[in-house]
Design a protein around this ligand. Structure first.
Ligand code: ATP
Ligand code: MG
Length: 361
């Protein structure tokens, strides 16, 4: 089965002599060299796939090329080179009319500052995408109402946008995207303008919605903590290139280079790591102590700490067949929390025998 979305060697160059610039980039030139000629290499050789139901996060500093990449994914920008495939269909090969059709029916965008129409009710705002599609009024009001309810805005349908807080307005934007049935959501810094607490709420809400809706989502952010909370997979961009693609755990535990590693220092490890990532696998069954309370490789770090606090011995980690796959001594948990500033990764530290020695090599 093909991926839902596929980017294949995508390039976007702004300015003069674009094709020539792509050739130079292919031969290893970087952004700075091209800039000298008045050419901007916004996206350089980006390749990735997004599977159905995944949240794919693109993370990077301002100017790294995130929005340009996103705009190529829905055909708003034509790539200078490379291809975008959506459900196997090459968007780059479509004519303007077909592209508009795909965009209005199958793809929804949610921006950072979601522009609501001030003189339309919340419901009319949420129904806007359906109106564009020509869905009859009764039907679109019904679907908009359902989408608003999903986003926690039941009862606000008849309000005006200026009666809503910023966070609520942003949720109307999300509701508009959800109302259309489009199953590819492109979200560009959609939560970045929100207060930290509301932002966290929105992240939770998105994850909760995603459990049932299972949309395919490309989510852009410059915040690695947000990326790690939301992303099934994360692409880290630097100067137009993708520096690494991987799970939150890959990025944290196996950064591709110093640049990616430098981001991870501020990450709250306890929110990302799972038992599978921190356990010591060099153990045999009888070394794990009693198995009265155990973890699985997916057990979140914080839960693991709670279990560990109740036990006097290391936590045993069991797989689906209830086979012992590792143990986590309490000291090892602390070692991982302090790891952000250290030079060694816990994976490289010497294995302890009875699960007694901490990973502090
Ligand atoms: N239409 C354009 N014409 C010329 N240069 C552009 C254009 N759009 C983007 N760029 C340049 O491409 C580079 C990448 O821009 P882009 O907007 O994709 O970055 P971004 O990662 O989304 O940044 P931010 O986090 O600030 O939104 C920047 O150097 C920008 O100046
Ligand atoms: Mg941007």
């Amino acid at each position: 089965m093909s991926s839902r979305l596929e980017a294949e060697h995508l390039y976007k160059v702004f300015g003069r002599r674009q094709k020539e610039a792509v050739e130079r980039l292919r031969q290893g030139a970087d952004r700075e060299e091209l800039r000298a000629d008045g050419t901007t290499a916004a996206v350089i050789d980006a390749s990735f796939t997004v599977e159905p139901g995944q949240i794919f996060v693109v993370m990077g500093l301002s100017g790294s090329g995130k929005s340009t990449l996103l705009r190529m994914l829905n055909g708003l920008l034509e790539p200078t080179a490379g291809h975008v495939r959506f459900d196997g269909q090459d968007l780059t090969a479509l004519g303007a009319r077909e592209l508009r059709e795909v965009r209005s029916k199958k793809i929804s965008m949610v921006f950072q500052h979601f522009a609501l129409f001030p003189h339309r009710s919340v419901r009319e705002n949420a129904a806007y995408g359906l109106e564009v599609q020509g869905v009859p009024r009764a039907e679109r009001e019904k679907r908009a109402g359902e989408a608003l309810a999903l986003c926690g805005l039941a009862g606000w349908e008849k309000s005006w946008p200026d009666e809503l807080s910023g966070g609520m307005q942003q949720r109307v934007g999300l509701a508009r995207a959800l109302a259309t049935d489009a199953d590819l959501l492109l979200m560009d810094e959609s939560f970045s303008a929100l207060d930290p607490l509301i932002r966290r709420d929105m992240q939770d809400q998105l994850l909760e919605l995603q459990k049932t809706l299972k949309k395919t989502i490309v989510f852009i952010t410059h915040d690695l903590n947000e990326a790690m909370r939301l992303g099934d997979r994360i692409a880290v961009m630097r100067d137009g290139r993708i520096a690494q693609i991987g799970s939150a755990e890959d990025i944290l535990m196996r950064p591709a280079d110093d640049y990616v590693a430098s981001f991870t220092q501020d990450v709250d490890r306890s929110r990302v790591l799972t038992a599978g990532a921190v356990m010591d696998t060099a153990v045999r069954g009888d070394e794990a102590g009693c198995h009265c309370e155990t973890a699985t490789p997916d057990t979140p770090f914080v839960e693991l700490c709670a279990i560990s606090a109740r036990l006097t011995h290391p936590v045993a980690v069991l797989d689906e067949q209830r086979e012992l796959v590792g143990v986590v001594p309490r000291q090892r948990l602390l070692g991982f929390l302090g790891e952000g500033a250290g030079e060694t990764t816990p994976c490289d530290s010497p294995r302890d025998k009875g699960g007694q020695v901490i990973a502090d090599a």
